[in-house]
Design a protein around this ligand. Structure first.
Ligand SMILES: Nc1ncnc2c1ncn2[C@@H]1O[C@H](COP(=O)(O)OP(=O)(O)OP(=O)(O)O)[C@@H](O)[C@H]1O
Length: 260
């Protein structure tokens, strides 16, 4: 497998306070990587740095072998078009319909004919499991799960190859969260998407992630399959993976892998 994202000896800071130092991370093509870590461990800052929203102080970040820092604005725009982002509070534009929300990046990017935009929006709606008649609804008329689906369709509107998600299941009830996990896994398998997802939801991570990276002390403390990472001797890991809910999730994972 080839890596699509590489953070090499990365350092980030706000003023004199370092958030990451000597951080190395590789994301493989076509995997779903979950990033976990305690509150304030720098998960969102790492994601924002990868997509160029946060300046880096040391080291480098390459996406598809290219560094945003070394690209002119046109090449940077072309590279940015290859990923989509769904932020935790990435609310939809409340005054715009579902159709207009999904069409937004297509219009912003430019060059699409009106009929192409209609066809692409219809395709993305179908991809995220929404009905054609949902296109005319306003965000206020949607359930929480539907809002996430529209946001996902918008993030994938330009045929993103990488999807960045910040706590995608937060605010969803367990059934809507499980539906979203299943949808994510299905889309990832259908189009070979690479997904980098920040999550505090262990059930969601167990249902979707191929690998888990634990951030601690400004670095990647451990990275690998969930069962391996859960064995690391670290206070955050013990608390996150081995609380009563964590043990249940690990147990059901074990049962799943033991079933022929
Ligand atoms: N724009 C900013 N200016 C100054 N400090 C910031 C800024 N953004 C984040 N920080 C600080 O950087 C640290 C890491 O924040 P970050 O949001 O990346 O953590 P996180 O792991 O995503 O946390 P959480 O799980 O609580 O969302 C925190 O101490 C935060 O207060």
């Amino acid at each position: 497998m080839s890596s699509v994202i590489r953070c090499i000896d990365l350092g980030t800071r706000f003023g004199s306070r370092w958030i990451h130092r000597h951080l190395d991370l590789e994301v493989q093509a076509g995997e779903i990587l979950a990033i976990v870590g305690g509150s304030g461990s720098g998960k969102t800052t790492l994601l924002r740095s990868i997509i160029g929203l946060n300046p880096i102080a040391e080291g480098s970040i390459e996406i598809f072998g290219q560094s945003l820092d070394h690209l002119n604005s046109e090449a940077g725009r072309a590279l940015r078009q290859r990923w989509g982002v769904l932020f935790q509070l990435g609310a939809l534009f409340s005054a715009l319909t579902v159709f207009e929300n999904i069409a937004f990046p297509l219009r912003e990017w430019g060059g699409f004919r009106k009929e192409d935009i209609c066809a692409l929006v219809a395709l993305k709606l179908q991809m995220v499991g929404l009905r054609p008649e949902d296109a005319d609804k306003l965000p206020a008329e949607l359930s929480g799960g539907m809002v996430k689906r529209v946001a996902l369709a918008r993030a994938l509107a330009l045929d993103a190859e990488i999807l960045f998600l910040d706590e995608p299941t937060s605010g969803l009830d367990p059934i809507a969260a499980a539906d979203f996990d299943q949808l994510l896994r299905q889309i990832q398998a259908d189009i070979g998407l690479t997904v980098v997802m920040i999550s505090h939801d262990l059930e969601s991570i167990a249902a979707t992630a191929d690998r888990v990276a634990v951030l601690s002390g400004g670095k990647v403390l451990s990275i690998g399959p969930l069962q391996d990472v859960a064995q690391v001797d670290d206070p955050y890991v013990r608390n996150f993976f081995h609380g009563s809910r964590g043990e249940l999730v690990l147990q059901s994972l074990q049962n799943r892998s033991a079933t022929p």
